[in-house]
Write a protein that binds this ligand. Structure first.
Ligand SMILES: Cc1cc2nc3c(=O)[nH]c(=O)nc-3n(C[C@H](O)[C@H](O)[C@H](O)COP(=O)(O)OP(=O)(O)OC[C@H]3O[C@@H](n4cnc5c(N)ncnc54)[C@H](O)[C@@H]3O)c2cc1C
Length: 289
């Protein structure tokens, strides 16, 4: 009986933000696949109220002003099957499709995956590799933050009291990309290491490359040195360059030992995932090995 909580059903973002401010023990509730599981397990003793976001019109995906805007309430299934996302952002499609099993994907939202702020959240490296910004709504109004600057530690973000994730805005361009994760099993497993690679064409036969690593640091991290190396050279990279980039990716990882994996194994696997992702994106094996 002691882990009962009240559920509120606001009909506007303003009402939701007011509820969160008025009740310090309240938490936003999206798909509930993280929050309700932890609550039921008694891991959230301070939570007194849930603010259900399902009535707030946060489930849209639109193209506007050079951006693709994805509502925070879009489920993994909605993201992975949307024609605009499928055409522009293959890394995000792959990331959304690797969250849990299909029952989870039908409930789990993009906002919840990011709001959870786990360094192992599968869509986070994908969104960072696509230069997503997160649009927030709160008592002081709206603001936007680059997703790469949103996390301050495991489970911690820059969200202020009463603030909610409204949407994610991604530059509207065709990208090539891949997301790969290593888990205990092929499916339905939390990542021990994950990697997203996205790239898009720029002048001079080159591609702007973005690389983000999950589960190898307190927050998802970008591999800026490897990005710079790959973006400066003609595309596709030579085998020698790809190998240099692989070493830079491995050096960027700062993993820890935990019950899911040993840190040295994690570090080595970042390089393996990078080589496989590059191979997938280039569409041939030789230069990625
Ligand atoms: C069996 C199982 C398998 C799983 N497998 C994976 C996996 O493979 N990969 C993976 O990444 N995750 C996995 N998860 C974790 C979970 O499903 C995802 O993190 C999911 O995306 C959470 O979304 P949700 O909508 O259910 O969030 P919720 O559980 O509703 O919320 C999660 C957190 O985000 C906050 N939040 C939600 N929406 C907002 C918002 N709009 N603004 C601000 N804060 C918000 C909540 O307050 C809460 O703190 C798994 C979970 C289960 C139970």
């Amino acid at each position: 009986m002691d882990n009962l909580a009240r559920v509120h059903f606001p009909s506007s973002l303003r009402e939701a933000a007011d509820l969160l401010v008025a009740r310090p023990g309240a938490r936003p509730l999206a798909g509930g696949t993280d929050l309700l599981v932890r609550h039921r397990n008694g891991q959230l003793p301070d939570v007194t109220d849930f603010v259900d976001l399902s009535g707030l019109d946060l489930q849209k995906i639109t193209a506007e002003d050079g951006r693709v805007v994805i509502g925070s309430g879009c489920t993994m299934t909605a993201v992975a099957t949307h024609p605009l996302i499928r055409e522009r952002f293959p890394a995000l499609v792959q990331g959304a499709l690797q969250v849990g099993a299909f029952q989870i994907r039908n409930a789990a939202t993009l906002g919840g995956n990011v709001g959870n702020a786990s360094p192992a959240g599968d869509t986070i490296p994908c969104l960072i590799s696509l230069e997503a910004e997160v649009r927030l709504f709160g008592p002081a109004g709206r603001r936007a933050v680059p997703l790469a600057d949103f996390f301050t530690g495991p489970g911690r973000t820059v969200l202020q009291p009463g603030e909610l994730i409204e949407a994610f805005a991604l530059p509207d361009r065709r990208t090539a990309g891949a997301f790969l994760k290593l888990g205990e099993r092929r499916a339905h497993a939390i990542s021990k290491v994950s990697l997203a690679l996205s790239c898009w064409e720029i002048a001079g036969g080159r591609r702007e490359v973005r690389l983000a690593l999950g589960a190898v640091a307190p927050t998802v991290i970008r591999c800026r040195k490897a990005e710079e190396l790959l973006s400066a050279a003609p595309w596709p990279p030579s085998a020698e360059l790809a190998d240099k980039a692989r070493r830079l990716v491995t050096e960027a990882a700062r993993p820890i030992d935990d019950l899911r994996s040993a840190k040295e194994y994690r570090r080595q696997m970042t390089g393996v995932l990078f080589a496989k992702a590059l191979e997938q994106v280039i569409g041939r094996g030789a230069s990625a090995r």
